[in-house]
Design a protein around this ligand. Structure first.
Ligand SMILES: Cc1cc2nc3c(=O)[nH]c(=O)nc-3n(C[C@H](O)[C@H](O)[C@H](O)COP(=O)(O)O)c2cc1C
Ligand code: SF4
Length: 435
């Protein structure tokens, strides 16, 4: 743990003071009643409050892609936890695009398993909306638990870390053409399983997200803005026209990779954020009929601090994590202000621990976001939403952004919170060095 950036904030005034010193804006409000505000998504779906659980992969599916008992346990806890929106974890649309042999993968032969799980979530959550996140892991595919990258283009910043040789083949345009149908089929299955909608995942540099920065790719999916965004736009178009109506079609996007141009989407060569293309793309997706947009930034494979602010790791983080929190909140606001007409879900609040309810309330009451989502907090404290809404948030149950769940994920072990959920402690001891 870096001493310099150690989390020492006990009150919202401490955070106000620290963010003021850093020159960043984190909205804060002690009136948390706004967290209980219902959110209307479609004529059929109204969320019972303004809190969401972000997609959090548990790496614990059965090898046929269906949810295991451990997966069901996670969603049982999430369902009972009170959040109005449960954004179901990354679920592969094809076997070669799985992040491990334990990533969920929806197909004709296991859709009934999903239907039972979604039904259970709906019942136990008293009507939370459930969105399926559909994905292809691309460069980070490991269907047999060893790297089998499917890359959109060569990228020296990533190739080096993942041992990808210069002559490694780039995925073909024909393969990318064929993916639209796989997403559509997975969306049809998700609808059949009872999900309220799907997310065509475009974040964190998995395949759809990597394409957004494919400046140096030739052909139909590279170079120009139109080509780089083609697969996402056309997939969203096809999913809407096939599943349409009240079925929600969303995306979770890294609106800036924070990877320098020409290797990152919406990032200048000096690494700073430029949301011009994200705004254009969000507007185009809205005009196609998209109504829900989950805002994320960065990728855990380049600078994880941008993606999920934290201060652990035994080294000094590249920035005070409050800067990361403020970037996520304020970039989401910039996009939402520029592209009205969709419901936006914000990210980046778990780092704030006991101050998180006040930041969520601040962002909602200052109209910076429509829904506040929590990732790691949900692993640590699955019923955070109930307690935040009732003013009973217990800091001893909070996520402490220690990164142990990420270590589990990197070890391709079932991911959960070894700090707050005793079931994961022996798993952590077995798979991770620092046990
Ligand atoms: C173990 C783990 C698994 C994750 N799985 C997913 C995922 O399946 N899909 C996704 O979009 N983000 C995933 N994320 C990112 C989170 O949803 C979230 O964006 C990130 O943790 C920052 O939010 P937080 O500060 O509330 O944790 C994962 C993060 C962690 C730590
Ligand atoms: S392992 Fe650490 S970072 Fe992950 S949820 Fe638990 S407390 Fe938070």
């Amino acid at each position: 743990m870096s001493e310099k950036y150690k989390f020492t904030y006990k009150t919202i005034d401490d955070v106000r003071l620290a963010s003021g010193r850093l020159g960043v804006d984190i909205p804060l409000s002690t009136d948390t009643s706004v967290l209980a505000r219902p959110v209307n998504l479609t004529s059929r779906v109204t969320l019972k409050n303004s809190l969401a659980i972000h997609p959090m992969e548990g790496f614990d599916g059965n090898t046929d892609g269906s949810p295991s008992e451990l997966t069901k346990r996670r969603y049982d806890r999430f369902a009972r936890g009170g959040a109005g929106l449960i954004w179901f974890e990354a679920t592969a649309v094809c076997p070669e695009g799985r992040s491990s042999s334990h990533q969920l993968w929806i197909h004709e032969n296991n859709v009934d398993e999903y239907a039972r799980l979604v039904d259970d979530i709906h019942k136990k959550s008293d009507g939370a909306a459930v969105i399926a996140q559909l994905t292809h892991s691309g460069r980070f595919s490991k269907p047999e638990n060893k790297p089998a990258p499917i890359i959109a283009y060569h990228n020296p910043l990533f190739n080096k870390n993942f041992d990808i040789p210069a002559d490694y083949p780039v995925v073909t345009d024909d393969y990318l053409d064929s993916l639209r149908e796989k997403y559509v089929n997975a969306a049809i299955l998700a609808k059949k399983a009872g999900f309220d909608g799907v997310d065509i995942k475009s974040c964190h540099r998995y395949l759809m997200s990597e394409l957004l920065s494919a400046y140096q790719r030739d052909g139909r999916y590279g170079g120009s803005y139109e080509n780089r965004t083609r697969l996402l736009r056309e997939t969203v178009r096809d999913v809407i026209s096939t599943c349409g109506g009240d079925f929600i079609v969303a995306t979770r996007m890294s609106i800036s990779d924070c990877v320098p141009y020409p290797y990152g989407f919406c990032t200048r060569a000096d690494g700073s954020v430029d949301l011009t293309e994200a705004k254009q793309l969000a507007a185009e997706l809205r005009d196609l009929g998209m109504n829900l947009f989950n805002v994320s930034m960065g990728t855990p494979y380049y600078n994880p601090h941008v993606n999920r602010p934290y201060d652990s790791g035994g080294y000094e983080p590249p920035e005070n994590p409050l800067c990361g929190v403020a970037r996520l909140i304020n970039c989401a606001f910039e996009l939402r202000a520029a592209v009205p007409g969709m419901t936006y879900v914000g990210t980046g609040y778990s780092y704030l621990r006991s101050i998180a309810p006040y930041a969520a309330a601040g962002a909602l009451s200052e109209d910076k976001i429509d829904i506040v989502g929590f990732g790691r907090m949900a692993f640590a404290y699955p019923d955070f939403a109930c307690d935040m809404i009732n003013g009973q948030f217990n800091s001893r149950r909070s996520c402490i952004s220690c990164g142990k769940c990420v270590e589990l994920m990197r070890a391709i072990a079932p991911a959960g919170c070894p700090v707050r959920d005793s079931l994961y402690l022996p798993i952590y001891k077995e798979h991770c060095k620092r046990g």
